[in-house]
Structure formats: C-alpha cells, structure tokens
Design a protein around this ligand. Sequence first.
Ligand code: RTP
Ligand code: MG
Length: 198
Amino acid sequence: MRDSLSLLNANLSESTIGNLYLQHTPNWAIKFNPGSGSVISLTTQESFIMQTTLIIFKPDAVQRGLMGQLLARFEAKGLQVVGGKFMQVPEAVAKQHYAEHDGKPFFPNLINFITSTPVMVLAIRGREAVTVCRKLIGSTDGAAADPGTIRGDFGNSKAMNLVHGSDSPESAERELKIWFGDGELADYDRTIQSWLDE
Ligand code: RTP
Ligand code: MG
C-alpha cells in the first residue's frame, strides 16, 4: 500500500465526503478515516464524483403543501442537504436564475410564477447529485414524466412542475452562487455516510 500511495503522491488533491477524507488523482481515490489515519479503500475515482446541486421547491409545491413529501424523496435516496432557505424570490434573482430562457414565449409567465409565492431553495449533495436529482425530478412536463418521478407522481402541468433541479454541473455551480452566499453551505459529517456511498 505504501508504494501505491507514494506513486499517487504527485497530483494529489483533497476533498471530503461526509466524515471521510479523500485524496485523489484524476483516476484514483484514497479514502481514509481522518481520526485514525487508516486507509479504508483505494478505488477508482469514478466511484466518488461528489456534486452539489441546486433544488428549488417551486410555488406550486409550497401552495399544495408538498414540501415534506418532496424533501423525503431526496433524503430517502441518501442525498445530503447542505443548504436551505425559504424565501420570496426577488424578480431580479428569478431573471438571473432563468436567464437562459429570457426571450422565450413562456419567460414572462415563468418569472411571474416563480415570484408569486415563497419557494424553498436547497443545496443537495451526493454522488452524481446533479444527474441523480434530475432523474428523481423527472422530465419537464408532468404529463410526460415517468411515474415514480416527482413530476410524474405529483403533477400534470408543464409550467407548474413543482421542483427545479440544475441540469449540469456547470449550471449547478452558476446557480448555487446566485442563491447562496459565501459560508451559507454547511460542510458536516453524517455517520451514516459510509453506508451510502460505497
Ligand atoms: P427547471 O429548470 O425549472 O428545473 O425545469 P427544466 O430544466 O425541466 O425545464 P426548462 O426547459 O429549464 O424550463 C424551465 C421552466 O420553465 C417552464 N416552462 N414552461 N410553457 C412552456 O412551454 C414551458 N417550458 C418551460 C417550466 O416551469 C420549466 O420547469
Ligand atoms: Mg432547466
């Protein structure tokens, strides 16, 4: 193991997953317990693509009293809430968030909708969280969304589709900066983490 570790020493970078500390190269991750310093595993990096994504429970979810049921789906999947705020969305923030849709016919209605009632904004972290959350949410139009997804199970509308989720890691990075300031995301350990991300 020592030889392997010294071979990997060049290009090491550091990150954490819950209570586990990682050093990794683009191809390999060394996972060890920071308390004892003991190595837990040496695995390919693909297993450990941790991401944080932006989720919004939209006004229809708030009005319909669905926030608890929706959050339960993300928690049941093993994802970690690392940020949250319940807020009335300023028009400027709505326009910044949905800037890619500016000029489309549905844009004015979208801005009216998202600013009509407070929303719950969440930062959700986990392995492949961007893609995983988009799958949990389902396709844009509730009428077309698969049963088992949030939009497939709770709605039948394209405009009022309950939940927003970032559509790529780049979007997640951009959107998280819009909704959360420095220090507003919480890095904390979950003792259950090692049972969830193997
Ligand atoms: P979101 O950004 O809210 O997670 O939704 P999405 O990726 O599934 O869909 P997107 O194409 O980004 O559209 C953003 C939101 O605009 C509303 N919309 N209305 N009437 C229409 O044709 C139409 N198309 C989109 C939806 O509320 C959609 O979620
Ligand atoms: Mg979108």
